[in-house]
Design a protein around this ligand. Structure first.
Ligand SMILES: *[C@@H]1O[C@H](CO)[C@@H](O)[C@H](O)[C@H]1NC(C)=O
Length: 225
């Protein structure tokens, strides 16, 4: 089965020619004396023509098994809608000029890529292998670029709240929450190793390394005798 397609978006001229031919064949009201009869036209129109299956979308059966399609349709039985411009990014032409877009694409011709919920913090929505994807600035990550990146890491339960900025739990400070805080400072060279806990240099001990070890006391006592 063949189809005669409308040549494109340039107007209804062939259809007018066809209608003129129809009128010339059938229309008694069109048979004015000056109207040319049986004029040469691009269509051999057979009023007895049979098209099986029938022409769709108002296509006209002009010869046996030949449909003349209305503008916006094509195919043997005018079964396919066509869209100009063509649907982009895998969009499907539903009816003339109306594209159905796959997820992640929008706009009249599916030419716009859309990331659901948008891209945050300066991220760009782009199509990567046909999938709408947020392209994040280097200091942000996550599918919407919603998570800040702390290249130094946030330790001891800290969380990255802005690029390079950790929010630290109580008792920890520093760019990576790596420094413990001892509310009373450690004495005699002791080091604060976790909140409120000193690691003492020998021979000192105690919460603040303020005492000498008892062993050394006894030694001193022995010496002191
Ligand atoms: C069209 O088909 C019909 C029936 O199939 C047939 O009778 C007729 O002769 C055909 N017309 C032409 C022009 O082939």
């Amino acid at each position: 089965m063949k189809s005669v397609c409308h040549p494109g978006p340039w107007g209804p001229l062939p259809l007018l020619v066809l209608l003129a031919a129809l009128a010339a064949l059938w229309g008694p009201c069109a048979s004015r004396s000056d109207a040319p009869r049986g004029v040469a036209n691009p269509f051999v129109f057979d009023p007895q023509a049979r098209c099986e299956p029938a022409c769709r979308h108002s296509g006209i059966c002009i010869r046996n098994s030949t449909c003349f399609c209305m503008r916006g349709y094509e195919g043997e039985t005018c079964q396919y809608a066509n869209c100009y411009p063509k649907c982009k990014n895998g969009g499907q032409c539903l009816r003339p000029g109306k594209c159905r877009c796959p997820a992640g694409f929008g706009g009249k011709y599916c030419h716009k890529v859309t990331c659901e919920g948008g891209c945050w913090n300066g991220g760009d929505c782009v199509a990567l292998n046909g999938v709408a994807t947020c392209l994040c600035l280097s200091s942000w990550t996550g599918n919407k670029c919603q998570d800040a990146v702390c290249p130094q890491g946030c330790r001891n339960g800290g969380s990255c709240v802005a690029p390079g900025i950790c929010s630290c739990p109580d008792g920890w400070v520093g760019g990576a929450c790596h420094t413990a805080v001892c509310s009373q400072s450690c004495l005699r060279g002791g080091k604060c190793i976790s909140p409120g806990k000193c690691r003492c240099r020998p021979p000192y001990e105690g919460p603040r390394c303020e005492k000498r070890r008892s062993q050394d006391f006894s030694l001193q006592k022995v010496k002191g005798r």
